[in-house]
Design a binder for this molecule. Sequence first.
Ligand code: ATP
Length: 217
Amino acid sequence: MGQFAVIGLGRFGAAASTELIKLGHSVLGVDLDSKTANKYADTLTHVVIADVTDRHALEELDLGSYDMVLVAIGAELQACLLCVVHLKSLGVNNIWVKAISHAQHLILGKLGVTRIIHPEQEMGIRVAQLLSYPMVTDYISLGNGEFVVEIDISEKMDNTRVKTLLEGLEQDIHVLLVKSKATVTVGPEGDFVLSSNDIIVLLGQLAALRAVARKLA
Ligand code: ATP
């Protein structure tokens, strides 16, 4: 179980913190607005009403002892930046920050935070990728062009063997599992027969995965 702090409980901060709770982590939520903070008092592990532009208020929260601090104040540029400066000066190492503008990204980059997130942009790219390969229901990027993708098996591919799906590919693809109605087959053999409505989870380079997606279209 990780210990996370989320500063700013707007739509993004609230969604991130409630999902962390669902995943079994402990979450401290911080917001200046008492109404917003109180809304999450029963959902999050702890909720504190504080102005994070005040270094002293941040110091009292002992954020250095958390695994990660997510700063989710987008609109208030000054508050976001001041908060990051204070966190750095308090020795907090793992800081993720939501950014909504190029200028904010540029300054955060100079301040040396762990990760800058652009939710709208990242979601837009994700939606476009899913739209261009509608059979891909979900994916995770592992970096270096490597992806894990979840693909629905269409009627056209009913009764196809796993090895047929992988035939003629120039790069390796690993079939991690096939999920049928009631069963999950981990690492299926080449002779495993796919049925429509199965879900197949593949690991490989994007080019090879695209080639598989074309066969499935
Ligand atoms: P959303 O995630 O809803 O799109 P947003 O990016 O527009 O929101 P803001 O409205 O700027 O984000 O702020 C998100 C939250 O951060 C709000 O609930 C706000 O009360 C809180 N917040 C703003 N300034 C401070 C501050 N100085 N200290 C603590 N919390 C703050």
